[in-house]
Ligand binder design. Structure first.
Ligand SMILES: NC(=O)c1ccc[n+]([C@@H]2O[C@H](COP(=O)([O-])OP(=O)(O)OC[C@H]3O[C@@H](n4cnc5c(N)ncnc54)[C@H](O)[C@@H]3O)[C@@H](O)[C@H]2O)c1
Length: 509
């Protein structure tokens, strides 16, 4: 079969569905691949790069008359008109929001596969274009914000004075939101983020942001996407959005519920109360925007000096890299659809991924596909096979008092029979044990390494003491010295070995 990669018709589109590298990978699956002249120009893939990779560069009509047409955006009416009946088109096409497009595919007798309908299951991650694009776009949103913002992101203390770090608030912690959090934290900003799905709090924190908590009932999602909020949840979050946005220098909004217009979360009143010079990057602009004053595709500045970016081409602003990622998603899909690596595209509807992306099959509508149930939440624990353990009896608070009293009596008895010097040493030993126990048990795990360095220093003192005492005429003292030397040496040399191993982990070569 022949795969055609046409030039994208949308004005300003910089992406291409296959780079020279990914086109070559399609050839390895047994396909003949042709690319329309100038298709990759804006993505750093001029015609000669394809030709050098052995890919034929053709005119528009030849690319569109291929058995399979692979592109980025949904085909236009004119493009559909150039395809032959029975051919296959693969692209992003938002079938849920474009029922008229489905009718056009059926009229033209086409098979249409929607790259944006790949279910969000782990097996399909390598084909998930929405994730690839949102990941790049989230990063780029931060870069655009930094470009508009009149200050550095990172806080500094310099001889010329102190600068506070930028405060970034991210709404929605899906793929784009998490990428934005990662980029903003890496640039030194103080990042706070919110999402209606409570299960993402841990991911938000692991990317370096603080998860903003709102007292509301939210459910763990069953498919990795959010549900619409109840009126009660909306009221609880509205106040928080207002407060967080007013306090932030940069707000990046990514809230999305699939198949619905973007929820309006940042109101005109909130924007009016934000400081001049603040920036809002509304990543949901293509779906109507999360902020009240967003103009889709435009940069606007409000009367109070807040810059609102409604760009819808954030991923396309890193065209070469995004095209490479999109092309790789396509290769991974075609690997699945070409099990024989013989250049023959086949569809197996027992597979949820293949069924999920099929919008029409030979002119017959297949939309919508049956829902795919995947849980973004951890699986519920299996019921315990053994009988539940007896509930623990609460500790008797008097036990500690009895133990302390017993210890004091024992110490008193011993003190009556030992000399002054021994008594002094025993007192120091007991106090050291108490202080050591309470200090060490309260040290966080992350600080155990510096703690080890300190105990090494103490071991050094013990070692010197042991060496000085080992020649004593008293056999008991000699034995105790030998034990002290042995144990202190283990601690010191063990510490060195662990340190060497840890340093190895940071060496690049
Ligand atoms: N501007 C661009 O160039 C560009 C590029 C790629 C993606 N996008 C857009 O970015 C947005 C995010 O994409 P994604 O792939 O990360 O989607 P996603 O589904 O992975 O993430 C969206 C997140 O928003 C959350 N959410 C939904 N309603 C919310 C609410 N009321 N409050 C807080 N959080 C809420 C969801 O729980 C989810 O975690 C989408 O609107 C997408 O179209 C824009």
């Amino acid at each position: 079969m022949r795969i055609g990669i046409p030039r994208e018709a949308w004005p300003g589109e910089s992406l291409v569905a296959a780079t020279a590298k990914t086109a070559d990978q399609l050839v390895k699956l047994g396909y003949e691949v042709v690319v329309e002249s100038d298709a990759g120009q804006a993505a750093d893939q001029p015609d000669h790069v394809y030709e050098e990779a052995g890919i034929t560069v053709v005119d528009r009509a030849t690319a569109w008359s291929s058995d399979v047409v692979v592109k980025v955006n949904a085909p236009t009416d004119e493009e559909i008109g150039q395809m032959r009946r029975g051919a296959t088109v693969i692209s992003i096409m938002a079938p849920a929001r474009n029922p008229e497009l489905i009718d056009k595919f059926t009229d033209a007798g086409l098979t249409a596969l929607a790259m944006d309908a790949v279910p969000r299951i782990s097996r399909a991650q390598s084909m998930d274009v929405l994730s690839s694009m949102a990941n790049v776009a989230g990063y780029r949103a931060v870069i655009e914000a930094a470009n508009e913002f009149g200050r550095m992101f990172t806080g500094q203390v310099t001889a010329a004075g102190k600068t506070a770090p930028a405060r970034v608030f991210v709404v929605g912690a899906g793929v784009a939101g998490l990428a934005a959090i990662g980029a903003a934290s890496a640039m030194g900003a103080v990042v706070r983020a919110f999402d209606v799905r409570p299960e993402v709090a841990e991911q938000v924190e692991s990317m370096g942001a603080e998860f903003v908590k709102v007292d509301m009932k939210s459910e763990v999602s069953s498919d990795g996407y959010a549900r619409e909020m109840t009126a009660e949840q909306e009221a609880a979050t509205a106040l928080m959005y207002d407060e967080e946005a007013r306090n932030a220098d940069i707000v990046i909004t990514t809230a999305l519920i699939p198949g619905r217009p973007a929820p309006k979360l940042i109101t005109a009143e909130t924007i009016a109360a934000m400081r001049g010079g603040s920036v809002i990057v509304d990543m949901a602009a293509a779906n109507g925007g999360n902020a009240a004053l967003t103009v889709t595709g435009e940069r606007t500045v409000t009367d109070n000096g807040v810059v609102i970016l409604g760009y819808t081409d954030l991923a396309g602003r890193l065209a070469a890299q995004t095209s490479q990622l999109y092309g790789t998603n396509i290769v991974n899909l075609l690997k699945l659809l070409t099990p024989g690596k013989d250049g023959q595209l086949t569809l197996d509807f027992d597979d949820v991924v293949q069924r999920g992306i099929t919008v029409t099959l030979d002119g017959e509508s297949m939309w919508p596909p049956p829902p795919v149930q995947v849980s973004a939440a951890p699986a519920a624990a299996a019921p315990a096979a053994v009988a539940p353990a007896e509930p623990k009896k609460p500790a008797n608070p008097m036990t500690k008092v009895y133990a302390a009293a017993g210890g004091a009596v024992l110490f008193g008895v011993l003190a009556m029979f030992m000399g002054d010097q021994l008594l002094q040493q025993l007192t120091v030993l007991m106090l050291s044990v108490f202080v050591g126990y309470y200090v060490i048990s309260n040290v966080a795990h992350a600080l155990h390494t510096p703690l080890m360095a300190e105990t090494n220093a103490i071991s050094g003192i013990i070692l010197v003491g042991g060496i000085l005492q080992v020649g004593s005429p008293n056999l008991l003292v000699t034995l105790l010295s030998v034990v002290a030397i042995l144990v202190a040496s283990i601690n010191i040399f063990g510490g060195f070995l662990v340190t060497v191993r840890m340093l190895e982990m940071f060496r690049k070569d």
